[in-house]
Write a protein that binds this ligand. Sequence first.
Ligand SMILES: C[S@@+](CC[C@H](N)C(=O)[O-])C[C@H]1O[C@@H](n2cnc3c(N)ncnc32)[C@H](O)[C@@H]1O
Length: 240
Amino acid sequence: MKAVVRTNFDDSVSAYDAYEQRTGRFTALAKLLAAELAARADGPVDAVLDAGAGTGVSTRVFAERARRTVALDISREMLRELEGAPRIEGDFDHLPVLEDSFDAVAFTASLFLVPDPAVATREAARVLRPGGVVGAVAPLGWVDADGRDVFADLERESRSPTGADAVEAALADEFTVTTGTWRFATTAADVRRFHAIPAMAARLYPTLDADERVARARELLADLEGTVEQRWRWIVGVVD
Ligand SMILES: C[S@@+](CC[C@H](N)C(=O)[O-])C[C@H]1O[C@@H](n2cnc3c(N)ncnc32)[C@H](O)[C@@H]1O
């Protein structure tokens, strides 16, 4: 599973950056998450571990706010793009960092990509100082103007390895958590751009190769029109 996720993101660098330049969505998620982390930590958030940093979109946001931000990602190709922070190529299920060494661990759109988020959650608890905070953002999908799931209407499920409820439950086992939903008005064209990213098209067609799954997602979404709402669950946990 992890090898597949790594390969999917290794294949996704240019499409990911094109989507982010067009929408700024991951920057927006990281800014919102950074604000929740700062509001809920006991003490300053000076040292942040950006867990699943990708090409550095979220890293830039945390680095503007903290004295020390460390970026960790499993995808060498995504990480190769990242500038302005120390980089670790690694798995957030086995963090190669000392205990009590961070004020915050941030999983901006990453923790739902592992089959068992409890492992990374325990690792986050290990490396956080007392009073430190963990944050995660997990997708809840897209709904149309009538409140219907866009993919249910298309008779296809857009599925992550782990759902938002399971991510929240894993964090709640280790931390005292607060959660909420962020909603973004977005266009049908941006839903198509999102699924032009091979790692995201894998949500719809996990068994097809990268080019084919992107082509099938394009066909599936060709007639989608108007505006749709994209929803993300956020979860912030405080070390007890
Ligand atoms: C949707 S991207 C988000 C990247 C970044 N946080 C941002 O906001 O743009 C998810 C990232 O999580 C990484 N990832 C997935 N599973 C991982 C794991 N087990 N350990 C470390 N990184 C992982 C992927 O390689 C990918 O770069």
